[in-house]
Design a protein around this ligand. Structure first.
Ligand SMILES: C[S@@+](CC[C@H](N)C(=O)[O-])C[C@H]1O[C@@H](n2cnc3c(N)ncnc32)[C@H](O)[C@@H]1O
Length: 190
């Protein structure tokens, strides 16, 4: 998988489909934690939302050089950037971990492998619903097709995030949704 080819257009496309909702989702995820908290963001992307997270200490991980480069332009100084694969990253302890629209790139086994690596701090996942119908289902299918063609995303359906979190004894303690439940922000704690 390589988001480098779409990095420059990612924000335009995202805003065309979702308006400001994806950006807002990152801010809502961070609001689960007090200002000044040390937050790890996995699969940070182009970081357009970073100005909204200026009151936090952010550790930002992405494996796309192009995405990191764009994100650095949105940085507010309190961001530590890591060009790294989330499966190889050396994790330490954080007040919270935000996983925004990353798990949808993985199958169940990859999600398990990632959750297994994470330290025992609260995790906030922003993502799309695992079960959809009608227009939402069509939109998810179209997004998967688009990212298969442009970023080599190999999966074509959402992983079973809730079930996997339960397997790892992570309990869902908070949930906020946007866009008629299409964007979900869920906090899991041990
Ligand atoms: C769909 S984008 C979401 C970006 C951002 N969170 C947003 O919503 O604007 C997924 C991001 O995860 C990154 N990514 C995917 N797999 C990764 C991995 N194994 N390690 C690190 N980053 C990864 C991609 O490079 C991309 O920037």
């Amino acid at each position: 998988m390589n988001y480098g080819r779409v990095a420059k257009y990612y924000q335009v496309l995202s805003r065309m489909i979702f308006g400001d909702h994806l950006i807002h989702a990152h801010a809502l995820a961070a609001e689960n934690f007090p200002k000044g908290a040390k937050l790890l963001v996995l699969g940070g992307g182009d970081g357009s939302y970073l100005p909204l997270l200026k009151d936090y200490n952010i550790i930002f991980v992405d494996h796309s050089e192009q995405m990191i480069h764009l994100a650095q332009k949105h940085s507010h100084g309190q961001v530590e950037f890591h060009l790294a694969d989330v499966f190889d990253f050396h994790y330490s302890y954080y007040d919270g971990i935000i996983v925004p629209f990353l798990l949808d790139n993985f199958n169940d086994e990859q999600c398990r492998n990632l959750i297994r690596l994470l330290p025992p701090c609260p995790i906030v996942v922003c993502d799309f619903p695992e079960k959809t119908k009608g227009l939402q289902s069509l939109l998810i299918k179209s997004m998967y097709l688009f990212f298969r063609l442009t970023a080599n995303v190999a999966v074509s359906k959402m992983p079973s995030i809730e079930e996997i979190m339960t397997e790892f004894s992570r309990v869902k303690t908070r949930e906020i949704t946007l866009m008629n439940d299409f964007i979900q922000i869920k906090k899991y704690e041990l």
